[in-house]
Design a protein around this ligand. Structure first.
Ligand code: ATP
Ligand code: MG
Length: 301
């Protein structure tokens, strides 16, 4: 596919799936099974598009790294088995590992619980020129903790600070914090891989029935599934309150893995392409210096 065609496709996918103002957002209007964001692209044609996309991402990342001004933070949130690991593997497949860092956030450690909940994420924010990928993130604080508020008790927060609106306040703080990051050169893009409850069941059964996939399955995943509706409410509230132009959420249909990849890759490409990246300019003095060194090298016996 030609560069302009890929860029056009990437832009239209971003426009279709980005939420920049969440006020009227409703999860029920999003179809996890949809695959029609790019007219004419079906599973069978997606391979070429994805391969070309990976190459383009690699070129853009090279410039991002060389320019050393912007940082990219990609956040992935989802229910279990929605495909976070697979999509991260795909995104990483073409990029230079030196310019990319992935962090997976699990239940906080004792050391992490001795700090506020942002601390562990702040320490892992991408440096300039880098792409940082968060596999889960500080958003767990308004998702799993909201669904299981008893977790708050383990967070060592002074009791008088745990009020009725704690999750609304957290959402407001996160919004502010992301505004700060974006004003300082970190481009934040957030992805909710939206899988349906039926598809999750199918994938769990596959993990149980396929020996090579057994390791991916944990019985606690099924326990969390019993809170599905509460999770969906928490996700909807999170998207409503923390979507912004600088740090949009993208609601990615995740029932078909090939389509999830097409959409996420497209949005990342569009993000990088919108930054007007270029290799650092070489001034006249430096050009002359390079020529001098060249001449010395050529004169070597
Ligand atoms: P996979 O299952 O694909 O390997 P995962 O991201 O589900 O990946 P797990 O180790 O299964 O990894 O789960 C991590 C768990 O940690 C999740 O249940 C998540 O909700 C939980 N978690 C993450 N951050 C927090 C947090 N701040 N407070 C409490 N629990 C958290
Ligand atoms: Mg898990």
């Amino acid at each position: 596919m030609k560069t302009e065609e890929i860029l056009r496709a990437a832009k239209s996918l971003r426009e279709k799936y980005a939420v920049t103002d969440g006020e009227s957002f409703r999860l029920k209007n999003c179809n996890p099974n949809e695959t029609d964001g790019l007219p004419g692209i079906r599973k069978i044609d997606s391979k070429e598009l994805l391969d070309d996309g990976v190459r383009m991402m690699a070129d853009l990342q090279d410039m991002l790294y060389a320019q050393d001004h912007w940082s990219i933070l990609l956040i992935f949130q989802a229910m279990d088995a929605a495909g976070k690991d697979g999509i991260i593997k795909h995104v990483m497949s073409g990029v230079n590992p030196q310019g990319c860092e992935v962090h997976s956030f699990k239940s906080p450690s004792t050391e992490e619980l001795d700090h506020d909940y942002m601390w562990r994420s702040m320490r892992r924010l991408p440096a300039r020129g880098m792409i940082g990928i968060f596999n889960r993130s500080y958003y767990e604080e308004v998702l799993v903790v909201r669904v299981h508020p008893e977790i708050l008790q383990s967070q060592k927060i002074p009791a008088e600070l745990i009020g009725k609106n704690i999750f609304e306040k957290r959402q407001a703080d996160i919004r502010q914090m992301e505004a700060f990051m974006s004003r300082n050169g970190t481009v934040v893009r957030k992805f909710f891989l939206h899988v349906s409850k039926e598809e999750q069941k199918k994938r769990f059964l596959e993990r149980i029935d396929t020996p090579e996939k057994n390791w991916k399955f944990s019985p606690t995943d099924v326990k969390e599934r019993q809170h599905w509706d509460q999770y969906m409410e928490a996700y909807e509230s999170m998207i409503q309150t923390t979507s912004s132009t600088q740090a949009p959420w993208h609601i990615i249909p995740a029932d078909n893995k090939w389509y999830t990849r097409v959409v996420v890759s497209g949005i990342i490409i569009d993000t990088l392409a919108s930054l007007n990246l270029h290799y650092p300019q070489v001034d006249e003095k430096r050009k002359a210096q390079l020529q001098e060194v060249r001449a010395t090298l050529m004169a070597e016996k």
